[in-house]
Design a protein around this ligand. Structure first.
Ligand SMILES: C[S@@+](CC[C@H](N)C(=O)[O-])C[C@H]1O[C@@H](n2cnc3c(N)ncnc32)[C@H](O)[C@@H]1O
Length: 261
C-alpha cells in the first residue's frame, strides 16, 4: 500500500526493541522510536509500554490517564457484542438483513472496535489504518485475540475474519467494486472541537493526522463499493463532503449515512 501518514504526536518506546515480534508489520516502526532516556523525551506526548505483554499507549503529560490498548475481551465490549448488530442502527445501515454477511472494507479502522463488531456479525472485514501508532495497537490486539484460540475459540474465529492493512485508504490500489460495503468513521476538525469523555477517542484525536479530503474519501469509497458506503457521524455533524446520502439512520448520539451504489 502507499505511503504512511506519520503521526502528529511525539511518541516514545519504554521497552526493549528485542521484545517486539519481528513477524509484526509494526516491528520496524516500534523499533525506531526513541526511548524515554533520550534527549527528546521531555517533548514527548505518549509512551508505548508493555502492559502484561499487551502493547499500550500512555500519556506523558496526563499521568492520571489509564493506558489505551486494544482489548477485544474487555467486559463492557463483550456485553456490547452480545447485543449483536442486527437490530441496531449500525446493522441496519450495513444492510445486514439483505446482504447477510457482506464483505466490508473498514477504511478508517482506528482501534478496530467497529471492525470487530462487523466481523462478529459474520462480515469478512478488511481494515485499513494510516496512523502507524494506532495500527500498532490494533495489530497487537488482533494478534492476541487470534492467539487466544485455545481458550476463546469464538473470539479467535471472529478475529480471523479481520485482515488489517497499514496505509492510507486514499492511496490504496483498490479494484472497482471490490467490497460489498465500504465503512467510514473518519475524524474531522468538527469532531475534534468537542470534548470527548472517552480516553481512546481523545488519544486518537491527538495522535492521528487530521487532513482529509472528504469528497475524495467518498468518491474512492463509492468506487470500491459494490452495494453501499456507510458513514458514521456524530448526530449533528455535516454530511461527508456536503453530499446527501440515500438513507440516514439517526440515533440520540450517532448517525449512519448510507450511500447506495
Ligand atoms: C474515529 S477513528 C475510527 C474508530 C474506529 N471506527 C473504531 O471503531 O475504533 C478514525 C481513524 O481513521 C484513521 N484514518 C483517517 N483517515 C484515514 C485514511 N484515509 N486511511 C486510513 N485510515 C484513516 C485515523 O488515523 C483514525 O485512527
Amino acid at each position: 500500500m502507499g505511503d504512511l501518514k506519520s503521526d502528529q504526536a511525539k511518541i516514545l518506546r519504554d521497552f526493549d526493541s528485542a521484545e517486539i515480534s519481528s513477524e509484526t508489520v509494526s516491528h520496524c516502526f516500534l523499533a525506531q522510536l526513541d526511548s524515554p532516556d533520550t534527549a527528546c523525551a521531555a517533548a514527548a506526548d505518549y509512551r508505548f509500554i508493555l502492559d502484561q505483554g499487551r502493547l499500550a499507549l500512555i500519556s506523558v503529560q496526563n499521568r492520571r490517564q489509564s493506558p489505551v490498548l486494544v482489548d477485544f475481551f474487555d467486559r463492557a465490549f463483550q456485553r456490547r457484542l452480545a447485543d449483536g448488530l442486527h437490530g441496531q442502527l449500525m446493522g441496519k445501515a450495513l444492510g445486514l438483513k439483505s446482504l447477510r454477511t457482506p464483505t466490508v472494507l473498514d477504511a478508517t479502522a482506528g482501534l478496530g472496535t467497529d471492525s470487530y463488531l462487523m466481523a462478529h456479525a459474520g462480515c469478512l472485514v478488511t481494515a485499513i489504518e494510516r496512523s502507524p501508532a494506532i495500527f500498532a495497537l490494533l495489530e497487537d490486539g488482533l494478534r492476541r485475540a487470534v492467539q487466544a484460540g485455545c481458550v476463546r475459540e469464538s473470539a479467535s474465529e471472529v478475529a480471523r475474519r479481520i485482515e488489517i492493512r497499514r496505509g492510507d485508504f486514499l492511496l490504496m490500489d483498490c479494484p472497482d467494486k471490490a467490497y460489498d460495503v465500504v465503512y467510514l468513521d473518519p475524524m474531522f476538525p468538527a469532531d475534534r472541537r468537542k470534548a470527548s469523555s472517552r480516553k481512546e477517542m481523545t488519544m486518537l484525536q491527538n495522535i492521528a493526522t487530521e487532513d482529509q479530503n472528504e469528497s475524495e474519501l467518498l468518491s474512492q469509497s463509492l468506487r470500491c463499493a459494490r452495494r453501499r458506503v456507510v458513514v458514521k457521524r456524530n448526530r449533528r455533524s455535516p454530511e461527508l463532503g456536503g453530499i446527501k446520502p440515500t438513507l440516514k439512520f439517526q440515533g440520540s448520539r450517532l448517525r449512519f449515512d448510507v450511500y447506495c451504489c
